[in-house]
Design a protein around this ligand. Structure first.
Ligand SMILES: [Zn+2]
Length: 490
């Protein structure tokens, strides 16, 4: 069996002013050819697929082409997506004949020339390989599934959990692909679009309505003839023509069953729609006060408006300003991405005092730079770490600034490490001694689990804010819940 392997993945925040270019893909990992297989071992969906390949009794010949992952950010530049798609298409043409294409995608990527990047990439792949070679895709479950994606892919499997387990999704998609190639099954996909968007507040699959919805998917998967049930609660900052939630069901050659279960899943989501809008967000001033007054242990302050993992710039200063104003009695840790200030701190050196305007430069719509005097407590000229199933992370230069009880780590770029304890420990801080830490994510709190005694969702305004009604939606199909009254959604 000869299988082409590729990944082109990014999650777009349509409301972010940033443009995602090739350097963003390079930052998070852009590899070509054989280097992919080496770098992706146990990492991401491709890492999961490689495990399944090792389990096969027949010989599997992999043709690795391109792997580009850029986490979340602004719209992808036309030049960047053309270049990546071009590499993929050229690689596939050279790789023919093939038995299958394993193509890892995010599902919520949008570019300057096409707001359905995955549909566009799949269409380009189909043009090269024809109609008879299957394409199996692991997707992020925050994908926006489109008609083109459904037309061109044979398998579209989403994550089962939030926080995600990308290797597990990769294994699941790969197992279906191999069973299909051996002729044991005939995957049949049916889907249902659900005209709704909801904020990130209820995105965790460990409790609440999202748990109910994903639990139902697992229950339906246990039925005879059902291969996969993938719910897709679209990430909420994607302003695109076919935007909205969806669900895909894969059965073994049973169209009617696949459609019936997709409809059942959609009904369930619609039934729960108001619960998906329940929020425990706390205003920034109140959040910092609550964290200061909490008992022993670390409080995670989730900066929901500036989620770097959701595509925000990571330089929003709303929560930082509150920390500086209140000066909590115990240590407070907070990250800010600001290459300009980082340069000043590096030049001044450890022990010096600098006067700066910190943050609020990219996100200057929802926040402003803070003028302050800070002491440079530590600097790092760069560290490269292996973050387990997330791969190798090059943290580059960083500086630790002290202002009273507040410890600010200044980064030069949007690194995966921004929500990881390594950000603090590599500069000599002990996370266990801190009272609170600001994380630039609304879901991925797991890295601070060893110390965490509580999570407060801060209602911070920003490019990933939870109040979706405040954005100026231009392309989203209407009517859609809850921006409009939807009389009959079917
Ligand atoms: Zn996701």
């Amino acid at each position: 069996m000869r299988i082409a392997v590729a990944e082109i993945a990014q999650e777009t925040d349509s409301f972010s002013p940033m443009v995602t270019d090739l350097s963003d893909f390079e930052t998070y990992g852009l590899f070509y050819g054989e280097a992919m297989l080496e770098r992706m071992r146990r990492v991401g969906p491709i890492g999961g697929m490689l495990e399944v390949v090792a389990e096969q009794s027949e010989t599997v010949e992999l043709v690795p082409i391109v792997r580009g992952w850029a986490s979340a950010g602004g719209t992808i530049s036309a030049e960047t997506i053309d270049r990546l798609t071009g590499r993929l298409v050229d690689g596939l043409r050279a790789a023919l004949p093939l038995d299958a294409v394993y193509l890892s995608l995010h599902g919520a990527a949008s570019s300057e020339n096409d707001d359905d990047v995955e549909g566009c990439v799949l269409e380009a792949v189909r043009r090269v390989i024809g109609d008879n070679i299957p394409i199996a895709c692991p997707l992020d479950h925050h994908a926006n599934v489109t008609q083109r994606m459904m037309r061109h892919a044979n398998v579209l499997v989403g994550h089962e959990t939030q926080p995600h387990d990308p290797p597990a999704t990769g294994r699941k998609a790969a197992r279906i692909m191999f069973e299909m190639l051996r002729g044991e099954i005939r995957p049949t996909m049916r889907w249902c679009k659900i005209p709704m968007i909801t904020p990130q507040d209820q995105f965790l699959t460990s409790h609440g309505p999202m748990k109910q919805w994903f639990d139902l998917a697992r229950e339906l998967e246990r039925r005879d003839g059902v291969l996969d049930v993938s719910p897709y609660p679209m990430q909420p900052w994607l302003d695109v023509a076919e935007g909205g939630w969806s669900v895909i069901v894969h059965t073994n050659d049973d169209e009617a069953l696949a459609q019936a279960l997709a409809n059942q899943m959609a009904e369930k989501a619609w039934e729960l729609r108001e619960q998906f809008w329940v929020s425990e967000r706390v205003a920034p001033a109140e959040a910092v006060q609550q964290a200061s007054e909490a008992g022993s242990g670390l409080i995670v302050l989730s900066d929901t408006g500036d989620s770097v993992y959701g595509g925000a710039p990571g330089d929003n200063t709303v929560v930082l300003r509150e920390l500086l104003n209140q000066q909590p009695p115990d240590l407070a840790l907070v990250p800010v991405i600001d290459p300009e200030t980082l340069g000043i701190a590096m030049d001044a050196g450890v022990g010096s005092t600098i006067e700066i305007d910190l943050g609020g430069k990219v996100d200057n719509l929802f926040s402003q730079p803070i003028h302050m005097t800070a002491r440079v407590a530590a600097i790092s000229k760069g560290v490269t770490v292996n973050l387990a199933d997330r791969g190798i992370c090059d943290l580059r230069r960083t500086a630790l600034l002290e202002v009273g009880s507040v410890r600010i780590v200044v980064l030069d770029h949007r690194s995966f490490a921004i929500n990881h304890p390594i950000l603090y420990t590599h500069l000599g801080l002990d996370v266990g001694e801190a009272k609170m830490v600001v994380v630039k994510t609304a879901s991925n709190f797991q890295f601070f689990r060893p110390w965490c005694k509580g999570i407060i969702r801060v209602d911070s305004p920003g490019m990933t804010q939870s109040d979706l009604t405040a954005f100026d939606w231009k392309r989203l199909p209407r009517p859609i819940y809850p921006l409009d009254t939807v009389e009959n959604w079917h």
